[in-house]
Design a protein around this ligand. Structure first.
Ligand code: GAL
Length: 371
């Protein structure tokens, strides 16, 4: 799999036939380590991102590019329009044919890339699945992501604790909103949250008045804010939720873009910061953090995209140097062709009590970003 890169390493500067990759080509007198540096500097990394319409993917792309360039790589960063699968497929095919040495891919549809990635496999180009697992392709070498199951359980536990489900009499009304059905992460986000919440639903302490409890019923195509808002407007109308109607105690939302749609629907139905249900989210997108500060959203999972970029760049570096990347999970993520060795970053939750420390003091956002 790494034949091509190893060949580059061994041949040192002479192997720089991939001139399109740029980098340091003046290392003729360099020793073995100098040769290695030249090979690293010359390696070109293709980074394929799903969309620019969500803040998080813009940050992921920017962080990856900055960190890879700082490590001496040439970067071909592409966004697939607004979640356009054919665009992502052709961008990846281009990366392969233009001589990228490693591919880092955040898939739109985890199952739509098998054909395109055959080319990567044929050309011995290692593929790192980024954030979302690419399914049904044996071209995937590694997976770098956050602990997606933990994201889900943290959201469920936040609701459990906010409603004090173990002590309060209830019953409480809850509705469920998750993300794109073609995103493998949804199985972990929704599954993790439901592992916490389902027992309370079973005992009747939590009630889903809409009756929509199946993952497919709660899914939101492309994680779209508008889709989530539309579905939630229908739920509000059909159940009769409202500040003066049926009481809504909590909404599980798998991420911020869907959560924002739900909040729009609730605000339009007359809810205010004073009577909003408990609402979860994920990504700490700026509009959502502003709503956390305003008391409209309860929490968001903070996935520091700098950490994920950092872990991924280390993986790329290890692959290019012909060493073994650091892995901390070899059990969880089977993409249909077997377990993909993974590196899982740790998610944390942000709410109005800790967002300053997590998001501002860490330099992730400035005060002005959230004003
Ligand atoms: C998921 C990702 C989340 C969120 C969502 C919407 O795959 O893990 O952090 O961004 O996509 O793009």
């Amino acid at each position: 799999m790494k034949k091509r890169l190893l060949a580059m390493l061994m041949a040192g500067a002479m192997a720089l036939s991939v001139t399109a990759c740029g980098g340091n080509t003046s290392g003729e007198t360099s020793d073995a380590s100098g040769g290695e540096q030249a090979a690293e500097g010359s390696a070109k990394i293709g980074v394929s991102m799903p969309t620019q319409s969500l803040q998080r993917w813009n940050q992921d792309g920017t962080n990856m590019k900055e960190q890879l360039e700082a490590a001496g790589y040439t970067v071909d960063l592409q966004y697939a329009g607004d979640n356009d699968i054919p665009t992502q497929v052709s961008q990846i095919e281009n990366m392969i044919s233009s001589g990228c040495d490693v591919l880092v891919i955040a898939a739109i549809d985890g199952s739509a890339l098998s054909e395109a990635l055959k080319g990567a496999k044929d050309n011995d180009i290692p593929v790192i699945s980024y954030d979302r697992l690419i399914m049904n392709s044996d071209a995937v070498s590694y997976y770098a992501t956050f602990d997606n199951y933990k994201v889900g359980t943290m959201q469920g536990e936040y609701i459990r604790d906010a409603l004090d489900l173990d002590n309060a009499a209830g019953p409480f009304n809850i509705e469920l909103v998750t993300g794109a059905p073609d995103d493998n992460n949804v199985n972990f986000f929704f599954g993790g949250a439901m592992d916490v919440l389902q027992p309370y639903i079973d005992e009747g302490k939590l009630v889903v008045q809409s009756g929509q409890t199946e993952k497919a019923q709660c899914a939101t195509a492309n994680w779209s804010t508008e889709e989530a808002q539309k579905r939630f407007e229908n739920i509000i109308t059909s159940v009769g939720y409202g500040p003066n109607g049926v009481k809504l105690d909590a909404v599980l939302c798998s991420n911020d873009s869907t959560s924002y749609g739900v909040q729009n629907a609730l605000l339009a139905a007359g809810y205010t910061a004073d009577n909003m249900p408990v609402i979860t989210g994920q990504d700490c997108d700026k509009p959502n953090v502003k709503n956390i500060i305003a008391g409209i959203q309860s929490m968001s999972i903070f996935k520091d995209t700098r950490d994920l970029a950092d872990a991924t760049v280390k993986m790329v570096d290890a692959i290019v140097k012909g060493t073994e990347p650091e892995i901390n999970d070899t059990e969880t993520y089977d993409n249909g062709t077997g377990i993909i060795p993974s590196y899982l970053c740790d998610p944390v939750f942000a709410d109005k009590d800790n967002y300053k420390e997590l998001l501002i003091d860490s330099g992730y956002y400035t005060e002005a970003d959230l004003a």
